[in-house]
Write a protein that binds this ligand. Structure first.
Ligand code: FES
Length: 196
C-alpha cells in the first residue's frame, strides 16, 4: 500500500451497519398526548365530583334552612264551632252529626250536653248503638250509657264533656278547648250543660 492510498479518508459505513432510524415523530407526539390527557380527564372527573358534592351540600343546607324558617305546624280546626239550633235535637236523641269533629250532642229532659267521642280507656272511638241505647267501644268493649257514664269493659271512667253554650244567633256553641270530667265533680259546672 502506497502512502497516498493510506491517506484516503475512510469510506462511510455500509447502510446495513447504520444506526437504527429514529421512530416516526407522529408516534412520539401521540404518546405525549396520551400522557398529558390522563391527568386532564382525572381533573375533570374530580371537578364533576366536587361540584356534585357542593350542590348536594347546598341543597341540604337550603332544606335545613327552609325547615328552620317554616317549621312543621299542625293546623287544627278551631276548637269552638257552632252546632245548629237546639230545636234540631229531640229529647232522648244522640245527635251524631258532629262525630267527625269529636262530639256527640245529647239531649235529655233538662238540656243538651256535648260528649267527647274519645274512649277514656285507650282513646278509640266508640259507636252509638241506638238499639241498645249505649256507646260501645270496638277496641276492648267498654260501654257507656247515654249520659256518658261507663258501665262495662276496662275503661276506668266516664266520657268527658265539652263546654256548651248558646251563640248570639241562637245556635249551639261547642268549645272543645274546655273539658269537664265527671269523676272530678266537674259536670255540675254550668258550662258543661246547656239547660233549656
Ligand atoms: S279504647 Fe275503648 S275500650 Fe279500650
Amino acid at each position: 500500500m502506497s502512502n497516498e492510498e493510506s491517506k484516503q479518508p475512510a469510506a462511510p459505513p455500509a447502510a446495513s451497519a447504520a444506526k437504527p432510524a429514529a421512530k416516526p415523530a407522529t408516534a412520539s407526539v401521540a404518546k405525549d398526548v396520551k400522557v398529558k390527557e390522563m391527568p386532564r380527564r382525572s381533573f375533570l372527573n374530580w371537578m364533576t365530583l366536587a361540584w356534585t358534592a357542593f350542590t348536594a351540600s347546598m341543597l341540604a343546607a337550603g332544606t335545613a334552612t327552609a325547615r328552620f324558617m317554616f317549621p312543621n305546624v299542625l293546623f287544627e280546626p278551631p276548637s269552638t264551632f257552632k252546632a245548629g239550633f237546639p230545636n234540631e235535637i229531640q229529647i232522648g236523641q244522640v245527635d251524631e252529626r258532629f262525630k267527625p269533629r269529636g262530639v256527640w250532642l245529647v239531649r235529655d229532659s233538662e238540656g243538651i250536653f256535648a260528649l267527647s267521642t274519645v274512649c277514656t280507656h285507650l282513646g278509640c272511638t266508640p259507636n252509638w248503638l241506638e238499639g241498645e241505647q249505649k256507646f260501645k267501644c270496638p277496641c276492648h268493649g267498654s260501654g257507656y250509657y247515654k249520659d256518658g257514664i261507663n258501665f262495662e269493659g276496662p275503661t276506668p271512667r266516664p266520657l268527658e264533656r265539652f263546654a256548651i253554650s248558646l251563640a248570639d244567633d241562637g245556635q249551639i256553641l261547642v268549645d272543645k278547648g274546655k273539658k269537664f270530667q265527671f269523676e272530678k265533680g266537674e259536670w255540675i259546672n254550668p258550662q258543661s250543660k246547656l239547660n233549656l
